[in-house]
Design a binder for this molecule. Structure first.
Ligand code: ZN
Length: 444
């Protein structure tokens, strides 16, 4: 996503804290363009940046070291970075952020299902790494270097060769919203059972149980359910790094490498990068959001792609189901209302609609034409330019041949957009229209 993003509705999230084992509450609120991530702790505001964040053994805090602060922010911050949320206000009076199940999955689900996203009309800013920077000590090495491949790529290796159930794991992954949701956010934190028992005996880490992470001994995984994925341990280190690096204040364009490093190493690396302004520059990402609309009186499909730097990225798609009981004027009004909501949420730059084709049944051609009128009118009322393409050109642009079948079009849409979840055939067709416009717009 190359535009700034916040959430649509506020959200209350509660859960047990890792340290005291008591209930904690945080509230998330949408925030204006260019405000960044702000924590409001007991009425005092702290921006997510290097000056306000400090590490303690085993967790990260924001606020003042000997004053107002909130502990264990790392997995929350990781999910904000992973979801590409640029602007957010987080209010809390609690001492800790809920530990959840040791991963970022529960909060991510709540944000997706209850808060929703809101795309803001400003280009996203990113920190572009200009030089290779490294931090190393006897425990591990972390580094970040320039990359011309999208945003952040992470290459992480863990080596617990003394602990059989963990062992050595290595993964390389690009930080995209899709990868974060499908592969990274589910990975739980882990610890040795003997360490947890020791901490419990000292009255520490009281919220750490088999429900808030993975416990291992020298021979086996203690949790009866086992692992969620074979490489869950290294994916948790990736999740942690994504949170630790977001302390730079923006998304990052760079290649990050970690061999056996932890939160401390990441924090030192961020400090080293930010200490010299010639190490990085802040850039604005290019964007071109194109929305395709497949109009219909019963189902209107829509799909949005980002076509910047000559690359396609799927942003969203959906189907507006129009109530079949309404009269024609009511149904047209319903299409208009629902389409306006989607346009206002995603703010595409341009819209693409298929040209009308006359089929054998004049009555159904006319009905389709009326729905199509609404699909053209609605973006026009919001001053968004609308372009029209023939069915043959759409097929040709997506599949390569003008007489391609419907199935071939749907399949190629999946391939071109890296297999997104497509809501219906209508939204698949809408995505095809958006792709067609991206291929053809340069001629305009
Ligand atoms: Zn963690």
């Amino acid at each position: 996503m190359t535009k700034q993003k916040t959430i649509k509705n506020s959200l209350i999230f509660t859960g047990i804290g890792q340290h005291k084992g008591t209930l904690n509450t945080i509230e998330l609120f949408p925030a204006e363009v260019d405000t960044g991530i702000i924590f409001e702790i007991k009425g005092k505001k702290y921006q997510l940046n290097l000056n306000n964040v400090f590490g303690e053994t085993g967790y990260t805090c924001i606020g003042e070291k000997d004053g107002v602060n909130v502990k264990t922010i790392e997995h929350l911050v990781s999910s904000l970075h992973g979801l590409g949320i640029d602007n957010l206000l987080i209010k809390t009076n609690s001492e800790e952020i809920p530990i959840q199940d040791g991963s970022a999955l529960p909060l991510l689900k709540e944000i997706e299902e209850k808060a929703g996203f809101f795309i803001q009309n400003a280009s996203k800013k990113a920190i572009k790494i200009l030089k290779k920077i490294e931090y190393s000590d006897e425990k591990g090495t972390v580094s970040i270097e320039p990359s011309d491949k999208g945003l952040l790529t992470l290459d992480v290796e863990i080596n617990y060769s003394g602990i059989k159930p963990i062992g050595i794991e290595h993964e390389v992954i690009d930080l995209t919203e899709e990868n974060y949701k499908s592969k990274i956010c589910m990975a739980r934190t882990f610890a040795r059972m003997s360490d947890v028992e020791y901490l419990h005996s000292k009255g520490l880490c009281l919220g750490a149980t088999l429900k808030s992470g993975i416990a291992v001994d020298e021979e086996k995984i203690i949790n009866p359910e086992g692992l969620r994925e074979p490489n869950e341990f290294v994916f948790h280190k990736i999740l942690d790094a994504i949170g630790d690096l977001y302390v730079m204040g923006h998304s990052i364009i760079g290649f990050y490498k970690n061999s056996r490093g932890g939160h401390f190493h990441n924090n030192q690396l961020v400090r080293k990068v930010m200490s010299d302004k010639s190490n990085y520059e802040i850039v604005e990402l290019q964007f071109m959001l194109i929305m395709g609309i497949d109009p219909g009186l019963r189902h209107t499909g829509w799909g949005i792609v980002d076509f910047s730097n000559n690359q396609f990225q799927h942003i969203a798609n959906g189907t507006l189901n129009i109530s079949e009981k309404g009269t024609l004027p009511e149904r047209l009004a319903e299409i208009h209302k629902k389409l306006t909501e989607v346009l206002e949420q995603y703010k595409p730059e341009e819209v693409s609609v298929e040209e009308v084709f006359v089929n054998v049944n004049p009555a159904s051609t006319l009905k389709l034409g009326q729905a199509r009128g609404v699909a053209i009118l609605t973006p026009s009322l919001l001053n968004i330019p609308v372009f029209e393409y023939s069915a043959n050109l759409i097929k040709k642009s997506v599949v390569g041949v003008g007489h391609a079948s419907k199935e071939q079009v749907q399949m190629m849409v999946g391939v071109l957009l890296n297999k997104p979840k497509i809501d219906s055939e209508h939204s698949g067709d809408a995505l095809a229209m958006a792709i067609c416009h991206a291929h053809n717009r340069k001629k305009w």
